[in-house]
Ligand binder design. Structure first.
Ligand code: FES
Length: 103
């Protein structure tokens, strides 16, 4: 199991999820509002999440396709990632993320 922190407004919620699930998987289990309309095939970017600054360098870098999808987002930030591409392994124990601000 991997502990993951989700920050929303001024609160931080802690979840435990089986390792090798994605942030998109977690959102569905934990009722976090991430649409994920393409179910992880990198065709929608509706799984946009913001990785906490302390964690962004610790997760594997995005592939070319993910970078392309992220570059199309109007609310892209340097900590933006696609939640369907972030696999929660034991190495990411304690990873923290949030959702992007609406534009
Ligand atoms: Fe569509 Fe992640 S669910 S890109």
């Amino acid at each position: 199991m991997v502990k993951v922190l989700y920050s929303e407004k001024n609160t931080i919620k802690t979840f435990k999820i089986e390792s090798n699930k994605t942030i998109l998987d977690l959102s569905r289990i934990a009722n976090i509002e991430i649409e994920g309309s393409c179910n992880g095939s990198m065709a929608c970017s509706t799984c946009h999440v913001i990785i906490h600054k302390d964690w962004i360098a610790k997760i594997p870098a995005p592939c070319i396709d993910e970078k392309e999808m992220l570059s199309l987002l109007p609310n892209y930030s340097e900590n933006s990632r696609l939640g369907c591409q972030i696999v929660l392994t034991e190495q990411l124990e304690g990873l923290q993320f949030s959702l992007p601000k609406d534009i």
